[in-house]
Structure formats: C-alpha cells, structure tokens
Design a protein around this ligand. Structure first.
Ligand SMILES: Nc1nc2c(ncn2[C@@H]2O[C@H](COP(=O)(O)OP(=O)(O)OP(=O)(O)O)[C@@H](O)[C@H]2O)c(=O)[nH]1
Ligand SMILES: [Mg+2]
Length: 429
C-alpha cells in the first residue's frame, strides 16, 4: 500500500465543483501566467491584476483587473511599494470579490516592484480570510537589480511566508543556473515562468485529472493545512528509455531544491507524477520508494499519479513539501545524495546534490553554475582532485553546540556562507 491519506486508485478524483484560480500579480506575474498551458484543465480560471492598464491590455488572459486607477491613473507603481499598497487599498472591494468563494488560490508574482509586491500580501490576506487554500510562487529579483528591489522583495516575502499555506520563493539568480550561460535576462525570466507553469499544471492536474492514484483537494489541504512554515518545490522530468531513473535524477538536480534555506526535515510531502498511458504501478512504486528514502518526511507523504494521453514515454515528478519553522536548514550532506539507487556507492563521497561548495579564488562574485556542469562535476570529482570536497561534518558546532543559533532573516549564520548559498570553492591546481 502506498503511503498517503485520502487516496484512491482508478476512480474519479473527488474535486467536482472545485474552484481554482491562478492569479498573476503585477507585470511579472501577468507575464508568467500568460503562457500557462492548462490543457484539459478548463475549470481552472486565470486572472491578472495590475496597476498598469497598458500592460494588462496586452495580456491574453481573460480575467483582467486594473487596480488603483484613482492612484496611478492606469500607470504602474514605478517600483514604489507604498504606491502599490495605496492602489490595492483603493480597489480592495474588487480584490475581495476576485477571491471570494474560491477554494484554491495560486498567486504568481515577481517580487521587487511596487504593484505585485503590495498585491501579494494584501490579496493573500483576503484569500485566507475567505477560507481559500493559498499557495504562492514568488520570484526574487536578480542581485544586479539593486538593493531597493531586493529590500522590497525580502520585506514582502517575510510577510507572505506567515500568511499563505505554501510559498515557493524562486530567486532569479538561482534560476539563471538553469539557463544556458549566455542567457539574457528575458531568457532567465522565461525559465522562471516555465517552472511556475509546470508547478501550477502539476497541482491542478493532480486535483482535476483522473489517474492511477487520485488525490483530491483534502489531500492538498492536509499537506498545506497551516499558514507559515517553509515550502520546498522541485520538478524533474525525462522521456524515453529509463525515463523513471532519469526523471528522478533530474529532480535531484532541480536548482530549487538546492537553496540554503531548505528545511532539513519535511513534515508533509506531496509527490505528483504525470506520465503517459504506459505509466505502470510498478514504476510509481519505484518513484515512491526513492523519493521517500531521499526526503524522509516525518509525518505523511501523499502521492498522486496522473495519466496524460499526450505524454506517452515521458515522466514528470513534482514535489511539494512543507515543514514548520522549528529549526534552521542543515547542510544537505545529512541526506543521501541522489535519488537513483544504483548511485549509492559512488555517491558516498559526494556530499551534496551536485552543488558542492566552491568559492572562486579571484575577487569576482560567484557565478551561477549551469546544470550541465553540475552533472559533469559529479562524475569527475572523484577522478581528479582539483576541487575541494566538503564532507560537512562541521555541522557539529563543538563548543557552541549548546548555544542558540544565529538566525538572521531566516538564515542560520552559523552555517558557512558557501553552504548556505551553494557557492562552489575552486582549488587552484
Ligand atoms: N518571471 C518574470 N519576472 C519578471 C518579469 N519582469 C520583471 N520581472 C521580475 O519581477 C520583479 C518585479 O517587476 P514587475 O512585475 O514588473 O513589477 P510590478 O509588480 O509590475 O510593479 P510596478 O511595475 O512597480 O508597478 C522585477 O524586479 C524582476 O525581478 C517577467 O516578465 N517575468
Ligand atoms: Mg509593472
């Protein structure tokens, strides 16, 4: 029997009449949902909210709401959070109606500007008050966008984290890792938009499509029952022969699972698999067992498996986990490195999921590392010794073991920066 509550096999999911709304906030949020492909998910409604009437007019999304005309005269908030808040307050009733009666609200926002950042916390509050389950995908500005935007993003992220049931922060700096090395900023934005799209699609498919293992809304609620805490989100996919193992490896390389603030233990975990009609129960079992081994949720793991006729030969695994705020992140070496079982022996010398610490010896800021390099490094590391491998035994704090942790803005300052930030340290040959 697979772990998880409320699950049934080969029956219709009990989500009839479920009202799901995906809402893009501000310019970035609107752009991110513009290209959302929700085939077979007609009951999911999309809405875009912005102060910028012109930007909204260019969006193909049907449900549009211009807010704060009396404040910005249909223009953007110009990166000013206070103007964004004033605009949202001026349209509070429209915003309230937007989320009224909705069961699941998924907010999509690029934090750092005036409108989306203000809207995120105000709309989250309205949605939670109207009893919706609220999830949010929020991008964090690139470092090069400057301190002001970063400050706004951090302020809103802190507030949002306490409000919504699940918050997936996506630092643009990290997402750049996923892009080709010469990717433009727009290219990096489109990486963010794709991640968000895949996450939204996986959650909605699980709730609305029939599958091998159906999960209904109560299962999602059981994972995200309380506001606050930390959420992890990762996706891996593959096609062709050996798609399961490759998708598991792709999941283990997902940059969003390699961020410094990842909780050491998850209280609850939701894993959804989307595959073609050729997806078999035995394969699902393989995924279940590998993911359970790797992420060791303390209380409950909920699994869903959806069949998509268009996806023969492909497998996509989406992982959403939740933990309380009970402890700081631990170095990733405390858990097995990769999901594929055959790698156990090889991986015993590789402490992390591919983001082995590396700090450049020159004075340039650390550069994001493309995923293809992570793969290559993992294979080569034991062969040539030009890279220092940290086994992270220094998680023991020795003399300081019985003292309080130094927490600052959700980060544990006792964990070395190279571990918190996933920075690579290069040793010159
Ligand atoms: N994913 C994605 N991110 C974007 C895009 N455009 C901007 N961003 C990011 O989102 C942040 C917020 O920008 P916007 O969404 O344009 O700001 P806004 O919420 O519309 O606020 P104002 O323009 O000040 O009214 C930026 O600092 C960027 O980091 C985009 O098209 N896609
Ligand atoms: Mg804007």
């Amino acid at each position: 029997m697979l772990p998880g509550s409320n699950q049934s096999t080969n029956t219709e999911p009990d989500s009839a009449g479920l009202d799901i709304k995906v809402i893009g906030l501000g310019g970035a949020g609107t752009n991110a949902i513009d290209g959302l492909e929700l085939e077979g998910l007609q009951s999911v409604s999309l809405a875009a909210v912005n102060t910028d009437a012109q930007a909204l007019a260019n969006s193909p999304v049907a449900g549009k709401l211009v807010i704060g005309r009396s404040v910005t005269r249909g223009l953007s908030a110009g990166g000013d959070l206070e103007i964004g808040k004033a605009a949202a307050q001026a349209s509070l009733e429209d915003l309230r109606m937007l989320v009224e009666g909705v069961d699941l609200v998924i907010l999509v926002v690029g934090l750092g500007g005036g409108t989306g950042s203000a809207l995120a916390t105000i709309l989250a509050d309205l949605a939670v008050r109207s009893n919706a389950l609220v999830l949010a995908f929020a991008t964090i500005p690139f470092s090069f966008e400057g301190a002001r935007r970063k400050e706004i993003a951090e302020e809103c992220l802190g507030e949002l984290r306490t409000q919504v049931h699940g918050l997936v922060p996506m630092p643009n700096d990290v997402l750049l890792q996923e892009s080709e090395e010469n990717t433009s900023v727009l290219g990096a934005f489109s990486v963010a938009d794709r991640w968000i799209g895949r996450g939204v699609q996986s959650i909605c498919s699980m709730l609305l499509k029939t599958g091998l293992i159906n999960q209904d809304f109560s299962a999602l609620r059981s994972v995200f029952r309380d506001p606050g805490g930390k959420t992890i989100f990762g996706i891996g996919s593959a096609e062709g022969s050996d798609a399961i193992s490759k998708a598991l490896e792709d999941l283990s390389l997902c940059p969003l699972l390699h961020m410094g603030d990842r909780p050491a233990h998850l209280d609850r975990l939701l894993v959804n698999v989307i595959g073609g009609p050729d997806l078999q129960m035995a394969q699902i079992n393989q995924i279940v067992s590998e993911v359970s081994k790797r992420f060791g949720s303390r209380e409950d793991i909920v699994f869903g498996a959806v069949i998509d006729e268009q996806r023969t030969g492909t497998v996509e695994i989406c992982l959403l986990g939740k933990s309380g705020m009970e402890g700081p992140a631990q170095p990733e070496s405390n858990v097995p490195d990769r999901l594929d079982a055959e790698s156990d022996a090889e991986e015993s010398t590789l402490p992390t999921l591919g983001l082995e610490p590396q700090v450049a010896q020159d004075n340039k800021p650390p550069r994001a590392v493309h995923q293809s390099k992570l793969r290559r490094k993992k294979k080569e590391a034991s062969a040539d010794q030009d890279e220092f491998m940290f086994l992270e035994e220094d998680a023991h704090r020795g003399y300081f073991d019985n003292t309080d942790r130094n927490l600052y803005k959700d980060e544990d300052l006792d964990i070395p920066t190279y571990l918190r930030k996933g920075i690579k340290i290069k040793i010159k040959a």
